[in-house]
Design a protein around this ligand. Sequence first.
Ligand SMILES: Cc1ncc(COP(=O)(O)O)c(C=O)c1O
Length: 375
Amino acid sequence: MTTVTPTDTQTKPAQRLFIPGPTDVLPDVLAAQTAPMIGHRSDEFESLFAKVEKQLQELFFTQNRVYIVAASGSGLHEAAIRNGVRGRVLNFVNGAFGQRWHQVSLGCDKEAIRVDVTWNTAVKPEIVAEALEKALADGPVDAITVVHNETSTGVMSPVGEIAAVVREISPETLVMVDAVSSFAGVKIPVDEWGLDICLTSSQKALALPPGLAFCAVSDRVLARAETVKGRGWYFDFLNLEKSLQKSTTPATPAISLMRALSVQLDHIFAEGLEARFARHARLAQKAQRWAVERGFELAAEEGYRSHTVTNVANTRNISIKELNRHLATQDMQISNGYGIFKDKAFRLAHMGEVTDQDMDRLFAAMDAYLARQGQ
Ligand SMILES: Cc1ncc(COP(=O)(O)O)c(C=O)c1O
């Protein structure tokens, strides 16, 4: 059965990018960027800012502030560490982006303790509890970092349960979550789960061009920031907070991108948040089913599979390069496995404005390629 979503009813071009970001952007969202410039210290800008701020709070399910910065998600990895960590931070690493956050922590000269978790598996509350208790034996831990949706492996970790465990063991430890490739595709109730920082960027399930990043920040983080030295300036939350009170940003904002954001947020709310999350979950099921029915295995741990990117083990040993060449003839693209999984896996992303019909078109093209290979 094909399901029609609100995005089908506008003239949405067929999806081209089945890679985990950047994703395709709707034409009117792209067009919003071409409006003439305005000054950022103007009433017009402040009302644009106030509108998107309110919508973002709703999308993060938070009463906390959401900072909007002209940066990619990695910028907010750095902001989180610079503002929330005085001394020690535990970085959970079950993929490439957890690893990046660890490197960022080291780069900010913090005492960063790396906790490795097998790739393709989730960071689980019991793993966090054990590592945190062990680290606490040597002194306080200012924060833990964890990636909600590891784009490199297609694994989603239960960050709500993780936050609960951290609160129980060490209430003063801040919980910092990277939701770069799940936000706006998967429900993340920031306040209910007690996430101190939840960060994301524009080019994934939000279906915007790259260049903006967003982060919900708790009062606890601001209180901590007041005690942290070396917060820098661009990402200093205390600076961002002062400007936010006036519906603006300390430095010149990416006005064109914020216009695009405003249009896209309207699309997201028109679809309905629950419908959007359900669509992503359904497309993940569809991708998993396709892979298994074609004789592939799923690389990500069962029970923790991502709703936005499906990681398929290349158990049929197909050429992913050739497959992508074939897909390119129909203006489509998928992703190879990440890093050491190159050619050993491939990733099908279904995030943003992807519809059932888009997935059917992709699978038809992939099936044609497999048939031609006689595989
Ligand atoms: C889970 C995750 N975290 C962080 C990043 C880095 O984000 P950005 O490329 O926006 O800096 C990515 C990028 O793919 C990601 O997938």
